[in-house]
Design a protein around this ligand. Structure first.
Ligand code: GRF
Length: 194
């Protein structure tokens, strides 16, 4: 862990596949004076991911990983993590599932952000399923990644009200907005464990 301005910062890698709005907010929050983490590496399985532009903009190392062979891909990622002394991984819209072997080998902390109030609505299409079931609330969850999809220990959640007038699009937007502050708060919450 690097010491910056007398504060220990958690050396963090963010994994993305798409827009990267969570990455953008993680970077911005990491740059705040009292933040507990610094983003040292961005990993993407998709060279077209829009979020890679934030790595460019903020001059953060980025690596695009060819996922044709998952074992090769994960070994490459593990070596990058070691090289950059990464101790925390934040999955932020990363559309690949990490193998049990990878999770074990990294031997560090891996977090994910999910657009529902887990344990409800694991997996995809969370907004649609919440609306279809007439839920009064949905939200987002930051949790540890375990071998079972979207089932690791929950760190923080934020509730969002669903109105009759909500559509998939409007609900997704409201939830994503909440994700942007929740992720950094969750890192802060677990920071004493580093
Ligand atoms: C978010 O909805 C997050 O909950 C899910 O993937 C999406 C990522 O969005 N895991 P972005 O790429 O950070 O904008």
């Amino acid at each position: 862990m690097k010491k910056l301005n007398g504060l220990k910062k958690i050396s963090t890698a963010v994994f993305i596949s798409g827009n990267g709005s969570n990455l953008k907010n993680l970077i911005k929050n990491s740059l705040k004076k009292n933040s507990k983490f610094e983003i040292k590496l961005v990993i993407s399985n998709n060279y077209k991911a829009k979020g890679l532009n934030y790595a460019n903009k903020y001059r953060i190392k980025k690596n695009i990983i060819n996922y044709k062979n998952i074992t090769f891909a994960e070994n490459k990622i593990l070596s990058l993590l070691r090289k950059n002394k990464i101790t925390l991984i934040c999955l932020a819209g990363f559309m690949k599932i990490l193998s049990k072997k990878f999770i074990k080998k990294f031997n560090g902390k891996i977090l994910n952000i999910h657009p529902s109030l887990l344990p409800k609505y694991k997996g995809l299409n969370t907004y649609q399923r919440a609306i279809n079931n007439n839920e009064k609330y949905s939200g987002c969850t930051v949790h540890y990644v375990s071998a079972k999809l979207d089932s690791g220990k929950i760190i923080l959640q934020k509730k969002v009200k669903i109105y009759k007038s909500d559509t998939i699009k409007s609900l997704a937007k409201k939830i994503l907005n909440q994700e942007h502050s929740l992720y950094s708060k969750a890192i802060k919450k677990i920071s004493p464990s580093f």
